[in-house]
Structure formats: C-alpha cells, structure tokens
Design a binder for this molecule. Sequence first.
Ligand SMILES: [Zn+2]
Length: 101
Amino acid sequence: MQEQILRKIFLGFIHIHILHHAKKEPFYGSWMIEELKEHGYNISPGTLYPILKSMETSNLIEKEERIVEGKVRKYYKITLDGEDILKESKSKAKELFKEID
Ligand SMILES: [Zn+2]
C-alpha cells in the first residue's frame, strides 16, 4: 500500500524529469533509465516506455528516429504543449517545495 502511494508520487516527479531533459536536448530511452537511476529512481524499460508512449500520445514529447552506429534509435524531444506543462509543473513544484522545505 505505502509503496503504491510512493509510486504515484514519484510518477509525477518522473514526468517532470522527462520533460526537463526533453527540453534540454533530445534523449533516448536507455539514457533516461540511467539518468533516473542516478537520481535514485529504479525504473525498468517496461515502466518507462509506456510513460514515454503516453506522453507522446498527449503531445508533450515527440519521437525522432536517428541512425546511430547503423541502428535506428528513437530520440524524444519536447513539444510546445510539453513546454507549457513543464512551466506550470515547475512553478507548482517550486511553490510546494518552498512550503515543505
Ligand atoms: Zn536529470
């Protein structure tokens, strides 16, 4: 039960994290898994890819295929809608952290 609640909370953080990096520069899935690991989130491809897919469907990020070492690699970058959501999420997060700090 506690774990499910934490998952829900972290899911929001992970969305913000993804948008933040998608804005900085396009990334690919396994890079994001490593990046999140460094921040203390152990997230499997089976969890990350559906999140990326749903963010793509919601038009927050878009996929771009690049050939890297002869293989197709999918990169994700932020859309204009995604930038709006990121901006709003950041201001809400800042407001919250100011309160609970
Ligand atoms: Zn990061």
